[in-house]
Design a protein around this ligand. Structure first.
Ligand code: NAP
Length: 279
């Protein structure tokens, strides 16, 4: 970095699907910065050595994606948020030490704030589908905004129970096959499962059972409008898609590495949307 070039990258296995280079390189160009954002496919057995050589490779930090987020937590100095979620997706050097956080939390919340400003004032009954990594970030974010009760339905109920054991009594596990009973009292419904992704079955729920004021968020972004979101939109409900979260979660890393707070613009969204449509 001696020539002033600042660099970051995304590390995954595989890494080809990642839209992070498109997002960060857009912002680098937009702000006229001398920087570079690369992607690296690194096998799990090579990941610790790669992380140990990050500075040597000229990187100011990195994004971490599947399947390395849990390992990244162990190999870095995580903040409270990453520790609570149990996974790190954004790494940066501070005083020579590699720190980490989880920006899925703020990505989820910023997207929700964008599609439904002031949602937390009246929408206090949340139902999260899923209990994996993304659901941890969502539940943590909802609790951080003061929700006292977050219902979690997961196919394997024990993972929802584990979430409760970790986050406390605000988490209320719900049987996967009884989700429909919960819908009439749900203000914010979040799909944090892989259901609805290309090649996966859809979330099978009757959105007609939700209150007319409900907000429906899907973390899946390929396809952009999942069957769940399509049905919610057709019913006139407020919806938030996974691309919104993906874009917003990228903001913090960029500002940590390149020193500028970027904006999630319509132009950026259109760029990534077009790329998703092509793939
Ligand atoms: P994960 O840790 O592997 O968890 C997968 C979740 O999906 C689990 O709750 C799992 O339930 C559930 N699931 C999988 N197949 C299912 C099926 N056939 N029926 C019912 N439930 C099923 O994955 P993750 O990292 O949490 O990611 C979940 C989703 O969020 C993915 O679609 C991912 O792309 C998306 N995501 C989006 C963003 C974004 O920025 N938009 C960020 C992170 C993740 P079991 O525990 O019962 O297996």
């Amino acid at each position: 970095m001696s020539n002033g070039l600042r660099k970051s990258c995304v590390i995954g296995w595989p890494a080809g699907h990642s839209r992070s280079p498109m997002i960060h390189n857009y912002w680098l160009k937009q702000h006229g910065l001398v920087g570079e954002y690369d992607k690296h496919a690194v096998a799990p057995e090579d990941f610790p050595a790669f992380i140990a050589s990050l500075a040597e490779r000229g990187y100011a930090g990195a994004n971490i994606t599947i399947p390395h987020k849990e390992t990244a937590l162990r190999l870095t100095r995580p903040d409270a948020r990453a520790k609570a979620v149990g996974a790190a997706n954004t790494l940066w050097y501070q005083d020579g030490e590699l720190h980490s956080t989880n920006t899925d939390v703020e990505g989820f919340l910023a997207n929700l704030d964008h599609v439904a400003p002031h949602w937390a004032r009246g929408h206090t009954q949340a139902l999260v589908l899923g209990a994996g990594g993304a659901a941890h970030a969502v539940a943590f974010g909802l609790m951080a905004r003061g929700l006292k009760r977050v219902r979690v339905a997961n196919r394997h109920r024990e993972r929802a129970e584990a979430l409760k054991a970790k986050f406390g009594p605000a988490i209320e596990p719900v049987d996967w096959d009884k989700v429909a009973d919960e819908l009439p009292t749900t203000d914010v419904l979040v799909n944090a499962t892989s259901l609805g992704m290309k090649g996966m079955p859809d979330v099978s729920l009757d959105v007609g059972l939700l209150p007319a004021s409900a907000i429906v968020v899907d973390l899946v972004y390929s396809p952009l409008v999942t069957t769940l979101l399509g049905a919610a939109k057709a019913r006139g409900l407020v919806i938030g898609d996974g691309l919104g979260m993906l874009l917003h979660q990228a903001v913090r890393g960029f500002s940590l590495w390149f020193g500028v707070q970027p904006q999630v613009t319509h132009e950026l969204r259109a760029l990534v949307e077009a790329d998703l449509a092509r793939s």
